[in-house]
Design a protein around this ligand. Structure first.
Ligand code: FMN
Length: 428
């Protein structure tokens, strides 16, 4: 496919799952060949060890912390505050810090495995602002989320760009949750000069920026582009290029998003309980087929409808397939409107590539969109996904993201021609 023809819709269409495609190309991989999931800059860079008692450190740490270690078939997996498709964790976090008295102004890589910030670039009169919000300077934080795509394409091949973008949205959601907990403002930015930044941060073709979150005080001030290029460091121990993914990323990186007025969500979480929820968030592996209360279901819906703090936007439509909610008619709902009555447990189980999770849960959500920017739409779906995880876990309900579904059949079931971006199951 020529590069210029690979746009969001074309990429999405080319990576649809169907009953047949999953039979023909199951995602079997030899686990011993998994590329490394942690990026580490060379030893000579200065590092700041993170300390949870320092509120700035804790703000950054909680965006990405390892919260659980699991051994499976003698391999150890480090699970984190952010979920990830297949626990492959393609996303990395870079944070520019400016104007904080106790920390050098610079761009840092968050070294998740060792809980430290690696100073990869010291600021003088330059910085990330010129790529992201030209004409302004931020006293505070600029978080960049990138994807080391081979960690995901190793297993998920062409479809992995979807997962990199959804994971990036989840990671932005984790940044937003930490900002809420630390009483810091936040704004997501999706339309900026990602391609020049990839070059200047030395990512070559192996890593790419997907999204950004800023937190702090904006000032009118010109900031120069980075005066030096950051040297290339590979995010995996070995690498195999996938030209289709690289082309699809490049083409979708320059699609402008829709615009909206910036609105902040309002949440009323109790601090301590929310802190525990962030640390203990997990994906459920098996539901017990129990009912959830209508009050809990409506609470999740209500918080999902809270604004996303961004000016760059895509409309995400929400469908719910209600299986087990006390006092509610089972069936397919668009928003709060019932559009098809019935017990669709078996059907959603089948549509989500025969996963019992989607059969045994209380509700399956589907996010659907007709977007102008594919990257923005997918990240917003992931961002809402992170909100569903946290809100559900906060009220004692379990949850899992579901990135695998038969695309065309799911569209037919939902009676929509728009793209299905993501599914989530909640229940007990
Ligand atoms: C984008 C995305 C897609 C996912 N898709 C599936 C899926 O199809 N089936 C499943 O069982 N889990 C799925 N998960 C859950 C991951 O397997 C889980 O996040 C990962 O194993 C890490 O575990 P944790 O969430 O408990 O930290 C998905 C997660 C994400 C973020």
């Amino acid at each position: 496919m020529p590069q210029s023809d690979v746009f969001g819709k074309a990429y999405h269409n080319a990576t649809k799952h169907s009953y047949l495609s999953v039979q023909v190309e199951p995602n079997y991989v030899d686990a011993s060949t998994q590329p490394s999931a942690f990026k580490v800059y060379p030893k000579f860079y200065r590092r700041v060890k993170l300390n949870l008692n320092n509120p700035i450190h804790s703000f950054i740490w909680l965006t990405s912390a390892v919260t659980f270690e699991k051994v499976y078939n003698s391999d150890s997996y480090k699970l984190r505050v952010n979920p990830s498709a297949g626990a492959l964790y393609p996303t990395e976090i870079y944070v520019q810090i400016r104007g904080m008295s106790e920390i050098v102004d610079g761009i840092y890589h968050l070294e998740v495995e060792n809980n430290c910030l690696t100073l990869i670039y010291e600021l003088i009169d330059d910085g990330l602002e010129s790529y992201i919000i030209p004409g302004k300077s931020i006293n505070g934080f600029i978080f960049l989320v990138s994807s080391v795509y081979y960690r995901s394409s190793w297993k998920y091949k062409q479809r992995s760009l979807r997962y990199c973008l959804l994971d990036s949205g989840h990671h932005l959601g984790a940044v937003a949750a930490s900002a809420y907990l630390h009483e810091r403002n936040i704004q997501l930015i999706f339309d900026f000069d990602k391609l020049t930044l990839n070059t200047d941060l030395g990512f070559e073709n192996k890593e790419f920026i997907t999204g950004c979150a800023i937190s702090g005080e904006l000032q009118e001030k010109q900031v120069r582009k980075l005066r030096l290029k950051v040297p290339f460091v590979c995010g995996t121990d070995y690498f195999e290029a996938n030209q289709f993914i690289e082309d699809s990323y490049q083409a979708t990186a320059v699609q402008p998003s829709r615009q909206q007025k910036l609105k902040q969500p309002k949440f009323n979480f109790e601090q301590d309980k929310f802190y525990q929820t962030i640390w203990n968030r997990r994906s459920i592996r098996c539901f017990r087929k129990e009912l959830i209360s209508q009050e809990h279901y409506l609470y999740v819906l209500q918080l999902l409808q809270q604004p996303i703090p961004t000016k760059q936007y895509e409309e995400i439509e929400l469908y719910s397939v209600v299986h087990r909610v006390e006092g509610m008619i089972s069936g397919l709902y668009k928003g709060v409107n019932l559009i098809k009555t019935g017990n669709f447990c078996e059907q959603t189980g089948y549509l989500c590539v025969n996963q019992a999770l989607a059969r045994d849960c209380a509700v399956v959500f589907f996010f659907v969109s007709e977007y102008t920017s594919y990257q923005t739409a997918m990240q917003l779906a992931g961002f809402l996904g992170q909100r569903i995880y946290l809100v559900s876990n906060y009220i004692g309900i379990q949850c899992s993201g579901i990135g695998a579904f038969y695309d065309d059949e799911t569209q037919q079931f939902l009676q929509t021609t728009k793209d299905v971006l993501y599914a989530m199951a909640i229940g007990i």
